[in-house]
Ligand binder design. Sequence first.
Ligand SMILES: Cc1ncc(COP(=O)(O)O)c(C=O)c1O
Length: 297
Amino acid sequence: MIIMFEQADRLKQIPPYLFVRLEQLSAEKKAAGWDMIDFGIGDPDLPAPECIVDEMCRESRENSCQKYSSSAGERDLRAAVAEWYKKRYGLDIDPDTQVCVTIGSKEAIFNIAQAFVNCGETIIAPSPGYPVYSGASTIFNEAKCVKVPLKAEKDWLLDTDDCPENAKMLYLNYPNNPTGATCDLDYLKKVYSWCKKNGTILCYDNAYSEMCYDGYKAPSALQAGPDCIEFGSFSKTFNMTGFRLGYAVGHPDLIAGLKKCKGQTDSGAPIFIQKAGIKALSLYKDSSLPPEIAKNM
Ligand SMILES: Cc1ncc(COP(=O)(O)O)c(C=O)c1O
């Protein structure tokens, strides 16, 4: 007898993850002998700097690094993230209440909605945008997603005049995937004020903060004000996609909600990976890109 197991209604509503489908399609074409240039998932083809890999290998042999981490992350990495925010943005961040280490930023983008969005509430997502905002983050919470179009005539900047005023959460992402648009701090201040006025949680996805060209330096949403949450990633900056390491920084209530949610579902990134993250951030001496990273641009 063949037994069939039916997915939960919530899961059935989610289309297959876009990049999984693209991977399948490109595997089929490669198998058929096509010479492919991959414009799918943003996975750098350059290696992570050798000193970071060396650090990870060395730490992985330490018994203390072979144990469970905390789902909030190791204190020394949280302190390194806070120090990096000081160097990079001039911001004072408390590693104990304002930082949470994450298993890549994708996990935090999903879990922040688990922590704060109730059934039936509205999430605003830019369109086009990173699929998790309107996919898992919305659907697993039985929330409603309002997709706000990014338009060329507005320099691909999300316009809050197009946003509903009763939303629980707004995802925003600059430097933007997929348009490549950037924004300045004045723009972030406008969105930040709009969110505060409307009681909307600003979730700023800053995964590409270091992928900047021609003298442009991406701002942090936390420079606009402290009442929001920002997600950062080691993936793109340090070519560490497969290490699965990121961080969230922001308002203590938002970080506490994220930590509580993670405490129920994961046991933190592997400690030796977190040690590699500390090494990566230590390459920054000031706000400029370290040479190990600048050579990739
Ligand atoms: C806009 C955006 N945010 C977040 C992520 C997730 O990155 P990670 O989970 O590797 O930190 C990606 C990855 O492609 C992305 O494009």
